[in-house]
Design a protein around this ligand. Structure first.
Ligand code: GLN
Length: 308
């Protein structure tokens, strides 16, 4: 037990000089108010034990980390047919880029760039009202984390709704290619609200543990998804989870990870642990700067890289 606390303390002390580096996302006004000096980290091991440091109990906006949970749900809903509407290749472009959509006929490169996640939200919405879909997403995340305290921050969602012109452009453009099946404003409403899920590092690491545990909840718990599907989601997180910095994240950390502009990262050490880190200052690619450093240090100390 003490070992984990010592490990976290050593990561924290090495990353401390860098906490506050980068810029807090300000294109979503509600996120601009967050204190850039925050830092929290939580590790949940396969048996469900939780280890944490810093602001690991403080809720933040998980933003694009939510794309992991909606992808998991959508694969459960529509299965492999999802891949007719979304690709599985790294984009090499920023998270909100539109450029590849023209040559690729409205099919986004992968489910983790905004365009891809909007299509995923659209598949979840089909046959439902937005409220039902959001209820399903929220229940799923609460079930995974075993925590009914998880909420969606309506103010963050509203704030993005008022300023989300790029996402509206992506959704409208894909609609023109027939790849959005519901009214654009309803699909975007679901997408903004899933991004506005408010969670702390402990909740996020617990919610992601099934990806480290062959698709099962902690210990010998239920299969949330099959082991094969967990492996594939991990593969997508590794190759696409950090947008045009996915290669750099694989190089530095060597683990599947998914970032969000709220400064959170969910990182999976298969058969070992799920790790969540939060520090709001972002690097040029829109990923947590100190969070990435912390994961790099952690992976080095533990030898958890999937590359040996
Ligand atoms: N809601 C944000 C957006 O659509 C999510 C982006 C992110 O976290 N990278 O711009």
């Amino acid at each position: 037990m003490l070992e984990w606390e010592q490990l976290l303390a050593s990561v924290y002390s090495d990353v401390a000089p860098y906490i506050g580096e980068g810029k807090v996302a300000n294109y979503i006004p509600a996120l601009a108010k967050v204190d850039p000096e925050k830092f929290g980290m939580a590790i949940v091991t396969l048996d469900g034990s939780v280890h944490q440091i810093g602001d690991a109990n403080e809720s933040f906006s998980i933003q694009s980390v939510s794309k992991v949970f909606t992808l998991t749900l959508a694969l459960g809903r529509v299965g492999e047919s999802l891949w007719k509407r979304v690709g599985r290749e790294p984009s090499g472009t920023p998270f909100n880029s539109i450029v590849q959509l023209e040559s690729e006929h409205g099919i986004p490169r992968n489910p983790f760039i905004n365009a891809g996640a909007i299509v995923v939200a659209d598949t979840l919405l089909s046959g439902h009202q937005p409220k039902e879909t959001l209820g399903e997403i929220l229940s799923f995340v609460r079930y995974l984390a075993d925590d009914d305290g998880i909420l969606i921050d309506a103010e963050v969602a509203r704030s993005e709704q008022h300023t989300g012109f790029r996402n509206a452009a992506l959704a409208n453009y894909m609609h023109a290619f027939g790849n959005i099946h519901n009214p654009v404003e309803k699909t975007l409403g679901v997408y903004y609200h899933q991004c506005a899920l408010s969670m702390n590092c402990v909740q996020l690491a617990k919610a992601g543990l099934f990806l480290a545990n062959n698709g099962r909840l902690a210990n010998e718990g239920h299969h949330a998804i099959s082991a094969e599907r967990a492996r594939r989601i991990n593969a997508l997180m590794l190759t696409c989870g950090h947008y045009d910095a996915s290669g750099d994240f694989a190089f530095r950390v060597g683990l599947p990870g998914k970032s969000g502009v709220g400064g959170g990262i969910l990182c999976i050490a298969p058969r070992k642990a799920a790790i969540a880190v939060w520090s709001p200052g972002l690097n040029a690619n829109g990923n947590s700067a100190a969070g990435t450093r912390a994961l790099e240090i952690l992976a080095k100390r533990t030898g958890w890289s999937i590359f040996g």
